[in-house]
Design a protein around this ligand. Structure first.
Ligand code: HEM
Length: 502
């Protein structure tokens, strides 16, 4: 019996999105290791077997027979393309929702000026909430050595200190939790295989070969999961590197210095959180979509089928919208990074007017590119006074590191953020207008409306945050809004990718 149904290796899917994550595994090896095959061979079922087991057994027999039929009718190249189990997609989406949460909590931590309240980094010991008076005194004593206490908070009471301590402690513990939420399942899903019963259950009545679902994760998704684990570890280290920059005492030497973390490190920390979010969210979308195409719809992608009827020139326009969606996501990412510089330099506290900055749309070059007197290690350049008679040329930007204004002058940083935000918004509107006129599938149109709606909300939030001098609620919502916008841009990218053939 076993030899009669032994199939030859079979190429099952040739979709480009699957090809990217292709791996080789022959059905024969699956049959050898899978309980499905052994079940098929074991014909003498005990009368005491429970109804569920016999149902699973009959399902297993059906798969084996189906796979065998396919194998005998396919010209084989010896490879199959495994896909990831949908539970992986859900895990990625859940993890990305936690990353979204920590970005907002991180924003609140910064806005409540809590980020420098814990002056040490201890992975294990730092998890505990100080519970005794002695423990609190110790933490408070350490805080009293920091420049933030000396320059800004020397009147703080222990109760007020507990308040700011809470946000930083919560932020760090949420980071630890996210680390575990990525790492523990990654270990489990890499080193175990789903049981035949689970594969049977997941495939249901699909005609897909069970071999494609014989692993939890496809090789490409395994790499993405481990990349997230490594990046979360790196993110923790980067977070501490950022906090350390706010504890350096050299800031005390600057006139009118404000103790805060380096805006460069803040931007790197925020950017790295966005990268983790993007990898996790994208893989979540892709895993669920691939599963749905291959298993639920038995290899039929309805959106692609609809698109196959359009003419070549319309298809070319659709492809250009698909390309545009990549640009839009990139622009959102860049605008968000520039926002981190605004936040890091408290640049939302200058020019609190809109659309004008003072009486101009953009401040004069002499104000945007002031000559730099001295740079500090913490990214706070000391600038010469503004000289409106001075001529600022392109060449002069490279003298005395004047270009550093782009990252260290609050006026320039805010101007950059505004201009990037307008560009992003213009890009999104153009894409929406283009998509509207094309016969793209409905889910793509819905996604395009979604991006435009979220962009409008985000720009409005940015403007109100500025006009009201950066209140915590608005600024935190604006920070969350940037991730919501990135989410909608990725959703559009994902929808178009699966609708428009390359
Ligand atoms: C595509 C649109 C936009 C995106 C994606 C975006 C993104 C961001 C991000 C990620 C931050 C950093 C938040 C933080 O680290 O706490 C930020 C800060 C800020 N943005 Fe935007 N922004 C956009 C549009 C605007 C606009 C149009 C304005 C005003 C004209 C604006 C004003 C601000 C201000 C004032 C801050 C500093 C808030 C703070 O100190 O927490 N943004 N933005």
């Amino acid at each position: 019996m076993a030899s009669a149904i032994r199939p030859r290796p079979v190429q099952l899917f040739s979709s480009p999105c699957l090809a990217a994550t292709s791996a080789t595994r022959t059905f024969t090896s699956f049959a050898r290791s899978s309980p499905v095959a052994t079940t098929a061979a074991a014909k003498s079922a005990s009368p005491s077997v429970a109804p569920l087991r016999s149902r699973l057994r009959s399902l297993a027999l059906q798969w084996t027979a189906r796979a065998s039929r396919r194998a005998s009718s396919t010209s084989s190249t010896g490879t199959v393309t495994p896909i990831s189990h949908p539970i992986i997609g859900k895990w990625f989406l859940f993890s990305s929702s936690l990353v979204f949460g920590i970005v907002v909590v991180g924003g609140i931590t910064r806005l409540t000026e809590s980020g420098l309240s814990i002056t040490e980094w201890n992975l294990i010991r730092g998890m505990a909430w100080p519970s005794t008076k002695e423990a609190w005194d110790e933490e408070f004593n350490k805080y009293q050595q920091s420049p933030e206490y000396k320059l800004l908070n020397h009147n703080i009471t222990i109760d007020e200190f507990k308040n700011i301590f809470y946000w930083e402690w919560f932020h760090r513990n949420l980071g630890r939790t996210i680390g575990m939420v990525f790492l523990l399942p990654a270990i489990f899903f890499t080193f175990t295989r789903p049981s035949a019963a689970r594969v049977a259950n997941a495939l249901g009545s699909s005609t897909a070969n069970p071999l494609v679902a014989s692993r939890w994760m496809s090789p490409g998704v395994t790499k993405a999961a481990w990349a997230c684990c490594v990046l979360v570890g790196f993110q923790g280290a980067l977070g501490w590197y950022m906090v350390k920059s706010g504890l350096e005492n050299d800031i005390m030497e600057l006139n009118h210095a404000t103790p805060r973390v380096s805006q460069y490190r803040l931007a790197a920390h925020l950017g790295s959180a966005f990268v983790i979010y993007v990898i996790s969210l994208w893989n979540g979308f892709e895993v669920l979509r691939t599963w749905s195409n291959v298993v639920k719809n038995n290899g039929v992608n309805a959106d692609r089928v609809a698109m196959s009827k359009v003419s070549a020139d319309v298809l070319a326009k659709c492809r250009s919208v698909a390309k545009g969606s990549h640009w839009v996501a990139g622009l959102v990412f860049l605008t968000a990074l520039s926002g981190a510089f605004v936040a890091g330099l408290d640049a939302g506290l200058v020019y609190n007017t809109w659309p004008m900055m003072g009486d101009r749309f953009v401040p004069p070059a002499q104000e945007l590119f002031r000559s730099i007197h001295k740079t500090s290690i913490n990214g706070n350049a000391v600038m010469d006074p503004i000289d409106l008679t001075e001529k600022v040329t392109l060449k002069s930007l490279f003298e005395n590191q004047r270009w550093k204004n782009i990252f260290e002058n609050p006026v320039t940083v805010q101007t950059d953020h505004r201009l990037l935000a307008y560009t992003t918004f213009a890009g999104i509107t153009t894409l929406w207008l283009k998509a509207r006129r094309l016969p793209l599938p409905r889910p793509v149109h819905i996604a395009a409306h979604g991006v435009l709606g979220v962009a409008l909300a985000q720009v409005t939030l940015g403007i109100t945050t500025l006009l009201y001098f950066v209140p915590i609620e608005l600024a935190a919502a604006h920070q969350g809004g940037s991730l919501a916008l990135l989410t909608s841009a990725l959703w559009l990218m994902h929808k178009i990718k699966h609708a428009v053939p390359k």
